[in-house]
Unconditional design. Sequence first.
Length: 81
Amino acid sequence: GVEKDEKMRLYHLEKAAIGGHPGARYNLACHEWRNKRFDRAVKHFIIAANLGYDKSLESLKKSYRRGLVSKEDFAAALRGY
């Protein structure tokens, strides 16, 4: 069913993210954000930004402007980008 498909999707996203795929890391961040796990989402966004993923850096920038991401986390992403 749908629940099983979602679990499989997340499983494969995690595998791809661990393997260094920045798009998968970004998608995991979005999933965590939707589920209100902001700390985890920010970590995924930073890793994806460090891998050169533009959308992730943009998400961090918007979140920083809204006060949802710390100055330190945003600075870490910029240094890694």
